[in-house]
Every structure is written in C-alpha cells, then in structure tokens.
Design a protein around this ligand. Structure first.
Ligand code: AMP
Length: 421
C-alpha cells in the first residue's frame, strides 16, 4: 500500500527547493546587514519549556502541541515556535556574556496540530529574530523595520503593518479589570473558549476569530487608554523611530498578546489577499519571558515570519524568481565499450568543479541528446569507440550547435575556460 505524508505536511521537491534557497539567502543577507547571528536549536524540547514560554492558557499549548512521552518517561514536545527555545539556548549557553545585546535569528520547521488549509499547516517554516538584553525602543523599531524590509526585499507589495502596545504587569491589571467589566453582561453570548478566557485571559477575547465574539467586543475599552507613563512613552518612541525610517503603520488596539511576559510593543504584518491566513509576520516585546524560563530579568523583543505564507504571497504577485537549473556538461557515451572511459571523464570533470551528468542506461544517441536538453546542458561531450581509440571526444556547444573534436588531454581545460571564464 502506498503511503502519504501526514495531513498538514508537505514534501519540498527538487523543483521547489530553489524558492526556499532563495528565501533563505535573502534572510541571511538582511540578518547579516542588521547584525543578527544564526542559531539552530533542537526540533524538540521539554514540554515544560513551551508551557512556561508560550503560556498554559494559549491555544497553541492547550490544543496544538505535538507532545509525547519518550522511552525515558520524559514529556517531549515538537517545537510549535522558537522563541522559548532560543531563550533557553541563550541562558544555557550564556550568550549574554560580554555583550549588552544578543541578536539571534533562526530558520526552521515548527509543528502545530492546527486544522490544515491554505496557508495553515501542521509542519510549517518560520524565520524569526530575537534581540535579548535591551529595553531601548530603538530595538523594537529595528526588528520591525527588519521584518518589513525583508518582505519588501522580495518585492512584496500591499503589506500592512499593525502596531499596538499591550502594556506591562503594572498597567495591565487595570485594563484587565475594565475589560472584564465590559464583558460581564455579554458573557453568555461569547463562544465557549472566550467564556473560559474571561477569567483566565480576557485580553484574548479581543482576537477571537468568532463572528459573535468580534461583534460583542465592539466598543471594548482600549489598552492604550490604560498604559502607565513608561509604557506610553516607550510606545510613542517606537512610533517615532518607525516614522523616522519611513515605515508606515496603523495602530490597532485589538492586537493583543494576552500573557504577562508579553510587554509593550506588539505588531503584525498582514498581506490581505491571503484571506483568513493573512498574517505573514508577528512579534513584539517579551520583557518577562527570560525570567519565566529561569534567567534573571532581561528585556527582549522578537518576531517570526511564516515562510509558506510568504511563498504564497510571492506566487500571487508573480515574484518567484525563475531559477535556471542548468548543468555544465552532459557526457553522451555510445556503446558498451566506452562506458568506463566516459565514467572516468565524468569524474574528472566533477573533480575540476564542473557540473556534469551522464546516462547510465546505455540509451541511443537520440535519447541521450534528449536527456542533455532536458538537463539544460551548456555542452555535450560525445564519446564513441572511434573517439576513445583516438583519445579524443566531440565537444558540442548546445547554444550555438558548433561541434569540434578535442583531445582528452585538453577537454577539461577547454570546458573550464568556457564555463568559468
Ligand atoms: P505565531 O508564532 O503564532 O505568532 O506565528 C507567526 C507566523 O507564523 C504567523 O504570522 C504565520 O505567518 C506563521 N504561522 C503560524 N502558524 C502557522 C501554521 N499553522 N501554518 C503556516 N504558518 C503559520
């Protein structure tokens, strides 16, 4: 019986890998420019890390984690996001030593038991950055600018940046209370999830996707009316930095992150044509998280971009680069007696740094030429019994169709000069 990949996962096939390499190259370019260094952490971590690092009351932790007990009896979870793991690695490896600001980026698979649909998968890829150790609003602005400039560097248009401040543990309780007062007599109209959010995490009611919850939250008090002086000042300075950099944004008081360790700045980049899955990037400040994970209080800010959604947006705007997949040389071997000499020549070409292919099935000249065309070969080297006897080969330029006889001795140098010269 043939088996399929699990629901919500996808193979990235040879034809599609170029798009990913292109994205990764753009990511590495911009991160180098902004001084962020790559980090690679394990695909799985202790479950507790995510319970503490994302929060027990979030959908991700309550409903979407791939959690299992390993053979040693430990509870292990496939990472649903990478901020908590980056912070764990930062603490474990003392990446704070000798620097006031640690700047990290990552690219990799994340796993969530989500309901699969276009733009929503169970294994998906994120590019993210984390800046740890600095509370200056310039760093919030720097990472927001990095996210926007990355997306722009791909040529994407029609993106919108939303910005909010979610306050801090000082000012948020006031807001929380106001929200609860607002929703008190609307409670029975809210969805089941929101009814339980009312006590545990009322800010999350504001970003519930249910129509009736969205209707009922019209006119709800706004967090920005409750910010303490420090949060208000921080928020206006982030906006000032963004304006200075020429980044346009809208304020969205409903953009929330409902946990105590998310503080001050929250932002999201959307690409509306993606519909329900329009959020391409999201992030913000999390000044309480490092302490939550066992470190000393450390301000921090970061974001994650969903790469599948970026690819969907690029496809819609026809911005995916056509990546030529060509081979330098295709060796056409005619007859069984030349197989060894052809193989030897093929290996010598590769040792010289040329990309080279040949047919191993002993097909006809016509079939082999067809293969060379399909492989987009720039040159074809034809080797028959006569040529091998003469220690020579026929070299054909596939662009000009010119052919010449070349000795075995000079063939590699000639090809190198043509291809690399
Ligand atoms: P989050 O970690 O939930 O803030 O998500 C950050 C970004 O990751 C989102 O803006 C999406 O672009 C992407 N993302 C989140 N969940 C999924 C998913 N299930 N499938 C594809 N992309 C996702």
């Amino acid at each position: 019986m043939l088996m399929n990949a699990p629901r919500g996962t996808k193979d990235i096939l040879p034809d599609g890998i170029g798009q990913w390499l292109y994205l990764e190259q753009k990511i590495r370019e911009i991160c180098g420019c902004y001084g962020y260094k790559e980090i690679r952490t394990p695909l799985f971590e202790h479950t507790e890390l995510f319970q503490r690092g994302i929060g027990d009351t979030t959908d991700v932790v309550e409903k979407e984690m791939y959690t299992f007990t390993d053979r040693g009896g430990r509870s292990i979870t496939l990472r649903p996001e990478n901020t908590a793991a980056a912070v764990r690695a930062y603490l474990q490896n003392k990446l704070y030593a000798g620097t006031a600001l640690t700047k990290l980026f990552y690219i990799g698979s994340m796993f969530r038991y989500d309901r699969p649909q276009a733009g929503r998968y169970r294994e998906f890829h994120q590019f993210g950055v984390e800046a740890l150790g600095e509370m200056n609003p310039a760093v919030d602005a720097e990472i927001i600018i990095l996210a926007v400039r990355f997306l722009e560097s791909l040529g994407l248009k029609d993106l919108s940046l939303s910005l909010n401040s979610v306050g801090c543990p000082q000012c948020r309780p006031v807001y929380r209370q106001r929200l609860q007062e607002f929703f008190k007599d609307k409670l029975s109209g809210l969805c089941e999830d929101c009814q339980s959010r009312y006590d545990r995490n009322p800010m999350r009611i504001l970003d519930c996707k249910h129509e009736q919850c969205q209707q009922l939250s019209i006119g709800a008090p706004e967090i920005t009316d409750c910010l303490c002086d420090e949060c208000r000042d921080h928020f206006s300075r982030v906006q000032e930095y963004l304006r200075t950099a020429g980044i346009s944004f809208q304020l969205d008081p409903r953009l929330v992150r409902g946990l105590d360790y998310y503080t001050k700045t929250a932002f999201e980049v959307k690409y509306a044509p993606l519909g329900a899955q329009s959020a391409v990037a999201g992030g913000g400040r999390y000044d309480g998280l490092v302490e939550e994970i066992g470190g000393s209080p450390t301000p921090a800010v970061g974001f994650a971009v969903g790469l599948e959604r970026v690819l969907l947006a690029l496809e819609q705007q026809q911005l995916l680069p056509a990546l030529p997949d060509a081979v330098d040389v295709f060796v056409v071997a005619l007859g069984e007696n030349v197989q060894t000499a052809a193989f030897q020549l093929l290996m010598a070409m590769r040792s010289a740094g040329l990309s080279a292919q040949m047919d191993f099935a002993g097909r006809s000249m016509k079939a082999q030429m067809k293969q060379a065309n399909k492989a987009n070969a720039r040159f074809v080297v034809i080797l028959g019994e006569d040529e091998v006897r003469e220690q020579a080969a026929t070299l054909r330029n596939m662009q000009t169709s010119e052919q010449e006889k070349v000795t075995m001795k000079e063939i590699i140098n000639k090809l190198c000069a043509e291809v690399k010269g």
